[in-house]
Each structure stands twice: as C-alpha cells, then as structure tokens.
Design a binder for this molecule. Sequence first.
Ligand code: HEC
Length: 401
Amino acid sequence: MLDPYWSEWLHLLLRLLHVITAIAWIGASFYFVWLDNSLETPPAWKQKKGIKGDLWAIHGGGFYEVAKYQLAPKQMPKHLHWFKWEAYSTWITGMLLLTLMYYVGASSYLIDPSKTDLGTSAVILIGVLSILGGWGVYEGLCRTPLAHRGWQLGLVCVGLLTALAWALSQVMGDRAAYIHIGALIGTCMAGNVWRSIMPAQRALVAAVARGEAPDPRYGLEAKRRSTHNNYATLPVLLIMLSNHFPMTYAHPDGWAILGALMLIGAWARHFFNLRHHGIVKPWILISAFCAFMALAWWAKPAPIQLPDLGEVHVSDQQAVAIVQERCATCHSPTPSDDIFRVSPGGIFLHDQASILRLIDRIEARSIHTQDMPFLNKTGMTDAERALLAGWIAQLRRSDAP
Ligand code: HEC
C-alpha cells in the first residue's frame, strides 16, 4: 500500500495532467467542429486549388486564414499536424487516476461494505470488465444498422449506461459507480480516435501519397465516430464534475440521475451543433436548463425518517462529542484516520467553534445526503444523526428573532 502522503501528491499530479490533456483534447475537438461548421465559400482562385471552404479569424493579436480542401492537396505538405496524443494521454492519465484512487485505494473509495460481501479483487474485476465489456458492446452496436440512426443509437447507449450504473451501484460505492460510467464513455471516445478516426486519416494520407482518390467509406465512418465523441463530451464532463456533488451520486436513485444528466448534456450539445450551422433554436438550451432544474427538484430528498426523540433537549456537549467521535478522525488538524492524514476538503470539525462555523455543511452531508462520515467508516448511528438534527434545529430556533 502506497504511503498516504505520497499517494496524495501523486493524485494531485495525475489529476492535473488529466485535466490539462482533457482540455487540450476537447478544446481542439470543439475548435474543429466549430471550424468545420463555420467555413464559407472561398473565392474562385482558391476553389481552383481544390479548397472547399475558408474562413478568417482574429486571435491573440493576429489574423488567421484557414482553408479546408475538398479532398486533399495535390502534394503532401512537409509538416502535417495530427491530433491524437491529446486523446490518448487523457485516457492514460484517467486510467492511472482511476487505478490509484479506486483500485489501490479500494478500501477508501471503491468498497462500500453496506452493498456487498464480495472481496476487493472481485469488485475491481467487475469495474475493469464493465469498462472493457461496455466498450465491446458499443463497438458491436456501431456495426449494426443502428449505427446509421444517430438519435436511436444515442438513446440505446444512454439506456444501457443507465442500467450499468444501476448494476454497478449494487456492488460498489456510489461515487465509484459514477466514475466507472465516465471512464467507460471516455474509453469509447478514445477508442474511436484510436480504432476509427486515426486509421481513416492514415488511409487518406496514404491514398494522397499514392496519387489515388481516397475511399470515401473510411471518411464517413470517422465522421460518424467523431460525431459520437462530440455528443458524449458534455455528459462525460457532467459525470466527472458530479463527483464533487454528493446530491447526485449519493441519491438513492443516483443511477437515474446519471441517466438524466447524460440526456440533458447531449441535448444541450445539440444546440451548439445546430448553431454552428446557422440554425439557432434557443428552446433547446432553455428546455435543457428546465430539465436540469426539474431534475434538481425531483431529486430533492424527502425529509429523512430519523428515530423520534420526542421533546429531548440536546446539549452542546452531547452534539460536539458526536461530531468529534464520528467526524474528527478525518476532519481535524491532526487526523487519526489511517488513510486521510490531512483533513479531506480542508475542513476541521474538532471543536465547537469550527463545528458551529460549518453547521450548514454538517447538516447537508450527515443529515440530508448522509454520505458523511465517508462510507460511514466511523459507524455513525441513526440515533446520533437524529440527535445532531435535533441540536441543529434547536440552534436555528434560538437564532430566530
Ligand atoms: C473516513 C474519513 C471521513 C470521515 C470520518 C468524515 N469525512 Fe467528511 N470528508 C471525507 C472525504 C474523503 C471528503 C472529500 C470528498 C467529498 O467531499 O465527498 C470529505 C469532505 C467533507 C466535507 C467537505 C465538502 C462539503 O460538502 O463541503 C464536509 C462538510 C464533510 N466531509 C463533513 C463530514 C461530517 C459532518 C462528518 C461526520 C459526520 C464527516 N465528514 C466524517 C472523509 C471523511
């Protein structure tokens, strides 16, 4: 087991690399989609050279003239820039991050003892197989007639992913289930670059080098896969960010929220794809926003049923003692937890003043979403949560004018 201190620094490094490479990948991909959809008819002299569309842009204090060829230039340019390492390095850093956090740190992040008795290796195996198997299923679907019906294929994929999210959440922590779905979609996207888009481009370049007309079939398949990637970007980003928002993954129907977030993300992406073509349909974006808010409203947890304490008065000492026992093992300047040597989230809950300052967050995570203590490692009981809720209600009443 890696020393927790060094593992945190490694984690920071990997996360930084992952975010940077992902920005480079998705940034370039957004730019090329925009470029492709914004090209204008070029003047006659450019058309004679085989240029299909061009555009002018200004950025960073300079003018840029960009041109796209109908097929290919007559002669291969000396330097041709390829875009592939952005995708590969995003995938590699993502997988390393997944391995470090969820597999090496399985006892902290992957295993939720309240879900299954399966051993750690079994759950890791399920996680890895779900990513590889899921990629296989996607590749299979792309070879059926469904591949030519973008909408239907998208809906089938979201349906299958939602079902997988449900299945995974039966055997691993909720957060881990979410991240595996994100990793699976990311794997399909990187796989598209590796297995479909790059080979098509290599065939194109080879044909030009031989002075032949390239087979348009390759280009079409590459275009289809790149469209899939384009629609998948927003859902993937939503899933990655949702890991910071326990009201999504820790919800009893977290898998359904995940499905809804994927649909909303793809729908919002559709607005931008149309807009690049000059078709502006604001109602798509408005309806995506409304769906997002409706989801938030639907997911609002019902007030949880905690043991009824009747009219007991909870003393400050009693409440502080509970938080100190159940939370301060991780959230203190000197945590005693075996994994978290530095308080996660940088918050301290070791004395009354700190507890009072963070009372809203304590209520949110230990009463509302109940995903703290983390995987209930310190074994907080419902009775204790009820006492804490009672104490917070008392504080609120005495604060009221
Ligand atoms: C086993 C260690 C552990 C224990 C015990 C623990 N936490 Fe946490 N806590 C974490 C980790 C890990 C994070 C960061 C990940 C996250 O935010 O989900 C975190 C983050 C937080 C945050 C910061 C994020 C936010 O929502 O503002 C709050 C608040 C919090 N915990 C409250 C509590 C409370 C209240 C308790 C006790 C009832 C508790 N924690 C017990 C590990 C722990």
